[in-house]
Ligand binder design. Structure first.
Ligand code: CO
Length: 215
C-alpha cells in the first residue's frame, strides 16, 4: 500500500529523470499535443494503457469508464470523441476491453441494490448479453462466458462509434480515423485484436446518416 506522499515523491523523481534524459521533453509538450491515438478503455487499475504499449505523454488521448463503453447519451465520452476527431484529428481510435473485467462480471449478475447508479451504466452490457445470449450461454465454463462477453462488448462499442455522426462525418470528409477493438489479458499483459473498421466500411443502413440531397 502506498501513501499519497509516496506518489508525489515518485513523481518528483520521474520528472527529474525525464528532464535529465531529454531537457526539452516538457517544454515541447507544454505548448501543444498532437496524439495520433484516442484510447477508450476500462477504468480498471490493472490496465495501464500507456505502460502496456510503451507510449509517452502526448501520444495517446484518453477516455476511460467502467467496461469501456461508448454510450450515445454520455456527453463525457462523446465530447472526448468529438475533440479527438474534429480538433486533434487522431488517426486511430482504440476501444480496449480486458479479460476478467469486473464491470462485465457484474453485468452478468443480478442488479446490486448498493450500486444503483452503476447498475444503470451496466444496463448496456446486459443488452449486449441478451443480443448474444445463445452463444454465451452455450459456453460451459463461467470464465469463458465472462470473457466472451468482454470481447463482444468491445466489438459492440466499435459499432457504436461507427454509428455516431462524429465518425461518419469524419470518414466522409477525412477518410479517418480507423477504429480498432482490442482486448487486454490481465493474466499475461498481452493485447489481442478483435475487430477493425476502416473509414467508409459498410455499416448497417439503419445507423447511416441520410445524405442531404441538393435540391
Ligand atoms: Co474492466
Amino acid at each position: 500500500m502506498q501513501s499519497c506522499e509516496a506518489l508525489l515523491q515518485k513523481n518528483k523523481q520521474w520528472a527529474k529523470q525525464k528532464q535529465e534524459q531529454d531537457p526539452e521533453f516538457f517544454s515541447r509538450l507544454a505548448t501543444k499535443q498532437s496524439p495520433e491515438f484516442l484510447w477508450i478503455g476500462c477504468s480498471d487499475s490493472r490496465v495501464a494503457p500507456e505502460i502496456v504499449v510503451g507510449a509517452e505523454p502526448g501520444e495517446i488521448f484518453m477516455h476511460r469508464n467502467i467496461a469501456n463503453q461508448v454510450i450515445h447519451t454520455d456527453f463525457n465520452c462523446l465530447s472526448v470523441l468529438q475533440y479527438a476527431v474534429s480538433i486533434l484529428k487522431v488517426k486511430h481510435i482504440i476501444v480496449c476491453g480486458h479479460y476478467n473485467c469486473g464491470g462485465i462480471k457484474a453485468a452478468l449478475d443480478k442488479q446490486r441494490p448498493d450500486l444503483l447508479i452503476t447498475n444503470k451504466w451496466l444496463m448496456h452490457v446486459k443488452n449486449t448479453y441478451r443480443l448474444h445470449q445463445t452463444e454465451i450461454d452455450g459456453l460451459e465454463n463461467e470464465d469463458d462466458r465472462l470473457n466472451r462477453l468482454v470481447e463482444l462488448n468491445v466489438i459492440e462499442q466499435i459499432h457504436s462509434l461507427s454509428h455516431t455522426s462524429i465518425i461518419q462525418n469524419s470518414w466522409l470528409e477525412n477518410e479517418s480515423p480507423t477504429l480498432h477493438g482490442w482486448v487486454y489479458g490481465v493474466h499475461d499483459g498481452e493485447l489481442r485484436s478483435l475487430i477493425t473498421l476502416k473509414p467508409n466500411d459498410d455499416i448497417n443502413p439503419i445507423f447511416q446518416y441520410q445524405k442531404i440531397s441538393a435540391e
